[in-house]
Each structure stands twice: as structure tokens, then as C-alpha cells.
Ligand binder design. Structure first.
Ligand code: ZN
Length: 263
């Protein structure tokens, strides 16, 4: 359980007892039922682009959408082998999925972690290296507002005792969830950078922030990994090689493992 003390202004403070996420998702056991195992956490991998949207096109013609899908499938294979997670992809084929739908898929399925995978392009073709993005603090927070308004929002983080709470309390709880999500996203980003370092070239200041639409789930820790740049000859050539993609996927798996070890 996590205790959160919230200042409501004018010297008034409220303390909430928030069950942690694992406790929320664990099935309730009773004396009449055998204790059920908590479901494995769902890792949602999101290969960028697809279908009519090729993403960046490399200097020698490689499509980002194919690199993203191939690496995501490799990472799924590695994570599935570990047996500790359920793993799904927002797309398993070369199809177009709007950005907001990718977030919606993860939320509908109750994902515990969202990892978007890209290899975009820069106008400066000399820049190479991987980088990891989390949502910037200044990005729109409409998801938190939506979370506060959803009828079952209180159940999701406060438990049944928070059902029928006032809109004010719902807003406070939603912003607490958002805060926990931000902390989780930052921890995951830090883990990915640490795992990639040494194995894969990195951009300077590889942990970055941006307002990417796919990072806007208020309730799911989310990162976007730029595995390299299609606009750079060396990055493109590396990402075309299965051995290099395996190296990237292995580092990302290491980060997922570390994330859930400390969750
Ligand atoms: Zn991309």
C-alpha cells in the first residue's frame, strides 16, 4: 500500500491509502476458493508506423516500419521465452494504426508497460545513435482529465471505497496515478538507456522528453525507443542486420526485466 498525502489548499490535507498496482490486479482470494495466481503483467510493444505510413525511409531505401516490426517481434520472442510476462504487439502485420488507437489498445487490454519502437530520420544525416523518450511535463494532460471522468476510474487506483467519489477527489486520484505513471516511465527510460549503453551507439543525452501521442496514457508507464536513425548510413546498415536488432532487443528485454523486478 502507498500512502499519499495531498494538500488541497488553505491548509487542508487529505491522506489516501493507495493499493499498489500489483495488489489491484491480483484476484481476491476467499476461504472458499484456492488462492489464484496474480496474472502475469502485460507488456505492450508498439512497432511504429505501418501500412500506408512507412515511417522514415533510410538512405538506402529501408522502411522504418519494417525495422520497427522486426525488432518488436524479436523482443516479443525474447520476453515470451522468459515466461514472466504476457506480451502483445499493437500490430503484428504491415497495417496502419492511428496513434491514439495504439494507446487505446494498451488501455483496453490492461497493459502494465508500453514500449513504442521507432527508427526515425533527422535532416542532419551525420547524427546517429539510439535515444529513449518519455512524455514531457509540458505535454497536454487531457488523458489525466479523461481518467478522472471515467466512471470506473476510482476502482482502478483507489479501490471500491472510492466509488462515487466527488469529481474533485476523482481529479486528485487521477493526478496521483499520472504521477506514479511518470515515475514508472522515467525508471523504464533510465533502464533502457543503461542497458543499451556499451552495446549500441547512443545519442548525446539519450534520455529525452517529447509530446509524442503514443506516450500519453495517464495510467500506463510508457517509453518510446528510437533505436537509431534511418537518415544515418551506419545506423540504417546496422538496423538492417538481424544480429544488431537482436542486440537492441536483448538490451530492451534487460530493461523490462529490471523494471518489473523493482515494480
Ligand atoms: Zn517513427
Amino acid at each position: 500500500m502507498l500512502t499519499r498525502r495531498v494538500l488541497l489548499g488553505a491548509g487542508v490535507a487529505v491522506s489516501f491509502l493507495l493499493p499498489d498496482r500489483a495488489a489491484l490486479s491480483a484476484p481476491r482470494s476467499t476461504a472458499h476458493r484456492p488462492v489464484a495466481r496474480a496474472p502475469k503483467p502485460l507488456v505492450m510493444l508498439d512497432p511504429g508506423h505501418g501500412g500506408k505510413d512507412p515511417g522514415a525511409i533510410g538512405v538506402s531505401g529501408t522502411y522504418e516500419k519494417h525495422i520497427a516490426l522486426a525488432t518488436a517481434q524479436e523482443l516479443r520472442r525474447m520476453l515470451a521465452l522468459a515466461g514472466r510476462y504476457r506480451v502483445e504487439l499493437t500490430r503484428t502485420r504491415d497495417i496502419f494504426i492511428p496513434l491514439q488507437e495504439r494507446v487505446a489498445i494498451a488501455q483496453r487490454k490492461g497493459a502494465s508497460l508500453f514500449v513504442s519502437m521507432h527508427a526515425d530520420a533527422l535532416s542532419d544525416h551525420s547524427v546517429r545513435g539510439a535515444s529513449v523518450y518519455t512524455l514531457s511535463d509540458t505535454a497536454s494532460d487531457s488523458q489525466t482529465a479523461a481518467l478522472a471522468q471515467r466512471e470506473n476510474a476510482a476502482d482502478r487506483f483507489g479501490g471500491p471505497q472510492f466509488r462515487n467519489t466527488s469529481p474533485e477527489v476523482a481529479r486528485i486520484l487521477a493526478s496521483l496515478v499520472r504521477q506514479e505513471t511518470r515515475i514508472g516511465s522515467a525508471r523504464m527510460a533510465h533502464g533502457v538507456v543503461g542497458a543499451l549503453r556499451g552495446d549500441v551507439p547512443l545519442l548525446a543525452n539519450p534520455a529525452r522528453h517529447a509530446g509524442f501521442v503514443v506516450l500519453k496514457a495517464a495510467d500506463i508507464p510508457s517509453v518510446l525507443v528510437e533505436m537509431g536513425f534511418m537518415s544515418n548510413k551506419a545506423d540504417e546498415a546496422a538496423l538492417r542486420r538481424p544480429a544488431h536488432r537482436m542486440k537492441v532487443a536483448a538490451a530492451m528485454k534487460q530493461a523490462v526485466d529490471a523494471y518489473f523486478r523493482h515494480a
